[in-house]
Ligand binder design. Structure first.
Ligand SMILES: C[S@@+](CC[C@H](N)C(=O)[O-])C[C@H]1O[C@@H](n2cnc3c(N)ncnc32)[C@H](O)[C@@H]1O
Length: 217
């Protein structure tokens, strides 16, 4: 599915989030705190927005972008400079040795993983002790009125906008379904702790339509 929507993915992100996704990514980059010479991994990197922002934030850092969908990564490749490396692979079986990265980020990706506990465990395995994990994910606002409004937007408006902008209505019906089916932020935090991360905390962004989780290996 992600291979199919790759050509219109960035445009739909900007439009459907009303441009908020860029500021959510900036928060993720700040939380990752990539230092000079450190290595970072972006899991489910897609078209590379987060990986590119990370690479720009830490000029001497080295960033690896991993994704299951070659078409998504292909678009990232066209936008990248030499500081980025690309790997087609699975979050559940990261093709890296233990303790290679100082931070691991995942932007809007973890709700799509087939085996979340396994993927989070592998993300911890490739981190150095004390390394940072940053998980940015879509969520539903805790306020009941806002949640109802947001659900209407996700279920009714988003697929229609996707069709008008030349993407797949089916994929943008999957979007709300995947958000509804996913864990709420408290449970994501619990999953991170179960995977062995410490000092896990999260912050709701833009009334709770997105959430950023941070932890340490
Ligand atoms: C919604 S996109 C997010 C892309 C990007 N991180 C961003 O911030 O826009 C989710 C991405 O996760 C990838 N993905 C889904 N399951 C995966 C898995 N098990 N391993 C690696 N990547 C996966 C998809 O191919 C897709 O590119």
């Amino acid at each position: 599915m992600f291979d199919r929507i790759a050509p219109r993915y960035d445009l739909l992100n900007r439009v459907l989030s009303l441009g908020r996704d860029a500021s959510w990514r900036r928060r993720a980059v700040a939380a990752a705190g990539l230092g000079p010479g450190e290595r970072a991994l972006d899991v489910g990197a897609g078209t590379g927005d987060l990986a590119l922002a990370l690479a720009k934030a830490g000029p001497s850092g080295r960033v690896v972008a991993l994704d299951l969908a070659p078409e998504m990564l292909g678009r990232a490749r066209t936008r990248a400079d030499a500081s980025l490396r690309f790997v087609v692979g699975s979050a559940e079986a990261l093709p890296f040795p233990d303790a290679l990265f100082s931070c691991v980020v995942a932007g809007f990706a973890v709700r799509n993983f087939g085996d979340l506990p396994r993927a989070l465990g592998d993300m911890r395995r490739v981190l150095v002790p004390g390394g940072r994990v940053v998980v940015l994910e879509l969520s539903l606002p805790p306020n009941a009125t806002l949640r109802a409004m947001h659900r209407f937007y996700l279920h009714r408006v988003a697929p229609a906008i996707a069709t008008v902008l030349g993407s797949s209505a089916e994929a943008y019906r999957y979007l709300p379904a995947s958000i509804e089916a996913f864990l709420d932020p408290e449970r994501v935090a619990a999953a991170l702790r179960e995977a062995g991360f410490q000092r896990v905390r999260y912050e709701r962004l833009t009334f709770g339509v997105a959430t950023i989780h941070v932890g340490e290996a």
